[in-house]
Design a protein around this ligand. Structure first.
Ligand code: NDP
Length: 444
């Protein structure tokens, strides 16, 4: 029998100082331990000890020159975490906070998220401490080329297929793909999130945000409720936040906030589709700050603040890890929030999650509710292999069905006394498929 504390202590000893990774493992292990102990084969094959150890952890130097001709040095990473059910798959993050702990937590979560999609994808994650903010296009291109000059030897369409994440959008994927193609002399489906006219998939840019709102809609339907007329708080104003916002508006919710790392805009009248277009242009074309929205539409701007103290029904954190801590969770509950749907990865601390669960607030972990992005990435890989491109309607329908299916699995494995513990449901369902594949494949 595994003992939870003993197991977590050993992970802590093996990964000193890696707080985000330990946080993700604690959340996971706490919810699967009883399930694991019911099947002695898992312990005999040391599945838990193996699943927390990356199959391969690559770190490399990235050297490039800025526009002034000055030499710059960054650190690049690729964590190839688990390939039991398919090639490693997961995004690349370019952000100054990137380190081994953050990428290991993301790679670890990715294993179970990818499993939940039902598609054949293993778990991985990578990135760099490079900060694309305030860099010119030519600097971003030079960095991406230098980064790929090492990464290319570790990835491939049947080995490891990276995608975007924070700081890595369509522009960066383009530069990375161009360099990979030049070095390998092959045009293959090695990255996802590609431009549509060179192998990308329709709906991929929208998929994480749309998928989140489809999932939230399923959670509400399960309570015989709907999004119509609900007041919604969204944090972030990047890829996930923008398309979550679009779908909330389309489904009749009233969107009150969006944010960036400087502050939050609070629009009491609701952010409309037209106002959202302003944010999309601001963020994607001008690479400006969210405060410009408040200046243009004369709304409130909460300088340096997150949205969580405002009165609303639903909160969708779509920016970054640990953006809702215990105090924020208390504010959400006291201002009437009934549902928290994670668009970002691990946006809640574990005590914030425990508090929401104790208050019976509906809460979905990112590995379930933000899985739409990687799901459509998986469909992009299928289209690349077939050398075909599917229509928007077909892909949107597949995305909706995948999110419904993940919701169904969470309810199946997570229902306790009428309350759906989506964290438990997602962890057990995601784990079971990977663990059983590891058993089938022997001691490797
Ligand atoms: P983007 O880079 O497009 O946007 C990130 C947004 O979050 C920006 O508004 C950014 O503000 C804000 N942000 C980033 N770091 C911080 C911080 N430390 N504090 C406050 N705000 C911050 O990233 P994505 O939208 O792609 O990713 C957002 C989240 O969703 C991440 O957790 C990512 O892992 C997760 N995710 C993304 C997927 C995808 O398909 N893109 C798939 C699944 C999960 P600023 O511009 O000021 O930095």
């Amino acid at each position: 029998m595994y003992k939870l504390n003993q197991f977590l202590e050993s992970v802590k000893l093996n990964n000193p100082g890696e707080t985000e990774f330990l946080q993700a493992v604690t959340e996971f292990a706490t919810s699967v331990i009883d399930f694991v102990n019911k099947n002695p084969a898992y312990e005999q094959a040391k599945i838990l000890e193996r699943i927390v150890e990356p199959e391969r952890n690559i770190s490399f130097r990235v050297t490039w020159t800025n526009d002034k001709g000055e030499v710059q040095v960054n650190r690049g990473y690729r964590i190839e975490f688990n390939s039991a059910i398919g090639p490693y798959k997961g995004g690349l993050r370019f952000h100054p906070t990137v380190n081994s702990s953050i990428l290991k937590f993301l790679g670890f979560e990715q294993i179970f998220k990818n499993s939940l999609t039902g598609l054949p994808m293993g778990g991985g994650k990578g990135g760099s401490d490079f900060d694309p903010h305030e860099k010119t296009d030519s600097e971003v291109m030079k960095f991406c080329q230098a980064f790929m000059s090492e990464l290319y030897r570790h990835i491939g369409p049947n080995t490891d297929v990276p995608a975007g994440d924070i700081g890595v959008g369509g522009r960066e994927i383009g530069y990375l793909f161009g360099q990979y193609k030049k070095l390998k002399n092959e045009f293959s489906g090695v990255l996802t999130g590609k431009g549509f006219n060179w192998g990308g998939s329709l709906i991929r840019p929208e998929a994480t945000g749309f998928g989140l709102v489809y999932f939230v809609n399923e959670m509400l339907k399960n309570q015989k409720d709907s999004l119509k007329g609900k007041n919604v708080l969204i944090s972030g104003s990047g890829n996930v936040a923008q398309f979550a916002a679009q779908k909330v508006i389309e489904l009749g919710g009233k969107l009150l906030t969006m944010s960036d790392s400087d502050g939050t805009v609070y629009d009491k009248d609701g952010i409309t589709q037209e106002k959202l277009q302003f944010i999309m242009d601001l963020k994607n074309k001008q690479r400006g700050r969210i405060k410009d929205y408040a200046d243009k539409y004369h709304t409130e701007y909460l300088d340096g603040k997150k949205p969580w103290s405002l009165k609303a029904d639903i909160a969708l954190p779509c920016a970054t890890q640990n953006e809702i801590e215990l105090e924020d969770a208390k504010e959400l509950v006291s201002s009437g929030v009934i549902l928290v749907g994670e668009g970002a990865n691990m946006p809640l601390s574990n005590d914030a999650i425990d508090y929401l669960h104790s208050e019976k607030v509906l809460h979905s972990p990112g590995k379930a509710s933000n899985a739409g992005g990687v799901a459509v990435s998986g469909l992009e890989m299928s289209q690349n292999s077939l050398r075909l491109q599917w229509s928007r309607d077909e892909l949107d329908e597949r995305l909706q069905n995948i999110m419904k299916d993940i919701h169904h699995k969470c309810v199946e494995y997570g229902t306790e006394n009428g309350y759906v513990n989506y964290v438990k449901g997602a962890n057990i369902a995601g784990f079971k498929k990977v663990a059983d594949a590891m058993l089938d494949q022997g001691i490797v």
